[in-house]
Design a protein around this ligand. Structure first.
Ligand code: HEM
Length: 277
């Protein structure tokens, strides 16, 4: 992903939705084989931690699998010559998730609410999909400080108004002390972050999530994809030299609640010193 969300403006929570050209729905890069091997291992050995489903999402899940089976050979003919091979014994959303690097979350409408009805989530950013299944948007985002009063209504509106013809994408980002894609809740231990301005570039990772939302024509469900990219700071700075200065000014907008939530409380000062250095 060549999109840099840290631009030096003070951080504020926003939806930041852009129209998605469906040709770019899925991204495939040189990590494909590694990422898929990791997914296969997690789905085999920790299935219940990374895959959840309700019967409500069965129709939408089959639709996702069909859409991907059509999309991938058409858009990536070099990777898929001919038909996509699918394990028919798996839940269709699980089979779909084993075709792409993205994590897949299916949202189904029940009354006014959009409910998480199925998910294959191998690369969580320190949350547990088992806590979220069956919840609506507000419930899913319960632990996120300021969510409800800042973007809760706008996010609900995006779901209500999304059309089949006009999918969207957005980016979330964070800073972590690990470059592992699979970050279950259990690894959250902010006190363990021991960074100084001198080792920051080798110790901290910039984690970006490219997220897409696509309404499915038959079921009316919405597929939320999350593609996670993680890079050690030294690589980020090499590609985006302005990142160093911009991160400090962007983090000036972070509230104490958000710093706690992200696990940054103990490292913000060091990041600022590095950024200003
Ligand atoms: C337009 C749609 C959405 C917006 C604007 C949005 C926004 C956000 C924001 C701002 C955060 C805080 C993350 C951070 O800064 O690190 C967040 C976290 C999160 N979002 Fe969303 N989100 C959207 C859709 C969804 C959907 C469809 C799901 C379904 C699974 C989801 C699941 C989560 C989860 C699980 C977290 C972490 C919550 C936790 O810590 O327990 N989001 N989201």
């Amino acid at each position: 992903m060549n999109y840099m969300p840290v631009d030096g403006k003070p951080d504020r929570m926003h939806v930041g939705a852009r129209v998605l050209d469906l040709t770019n729905w899925i991204e495939i890069n040189s990590d494909y084989e590694n990422d898929l091997a990791q997914k296969r291992e997690l789905l085999a050995n920790k299935h219940d931690e990374v895959f959840v489903s309700l019967p409500l999402g069965d129709g939408g899940s089959r639709e996702v699998l069909d859409l991907l089976s059509e999309h991938l050979p058409r858009v990536f003919p070099d990777c898929w010559a001919g038909e996509v091979s699918i394990d028919k014994n798996l839940h269709p959303l699980e089979a779909a998730s084993l075709l792409v690097q993205e994590d897949l979350c299916l949202m189904s409408q029940v009354g006014k609410d959009w409910i998480l009805s199925a998910a294959s989530l191998c690369f969580p950013s320190r949350w547990d999909v088992r806590d979220k299944i069956g919840k609506n948007l507000l419930g899913i985002h319960g632990p996120v400080p300021h969510y409800e009063e800042t973007i809760g209504v706008a996010t609900q509106n995006i779901f209500d108004k999304l059309t089949v013809e006009r999918p969207i994408w957005r980016v979330n980002w964070t800073v972590m002390d690990s470059g592992e894609l699979h970050q279950p809740v259990a690894v959250r231990n902010p006190d363990a972050m021991t960074v100084t301005r001198d080792n920051i570039e080798q110790t901290l990772y910039f984690r970006r999530e490219r997220q897409t939302l696509r309404k499915l024509p038959n079921s009316g469900d919405i597929l939320f994809t999350i593609r996670t990219y993680t890079e050690v700071f030294s690589d980020v700075v090499a590609r985006y030299p302005e990142f160093r200065k911009n991160l400090g000014s962007t983090l000036e907008g972070v509230t104490p609640q958000m710093a706690d939530y992200k696990g940054w409380a103990k490292i913000l000062n060091e990041i600022q010193a590095w950024s200003n250095g």
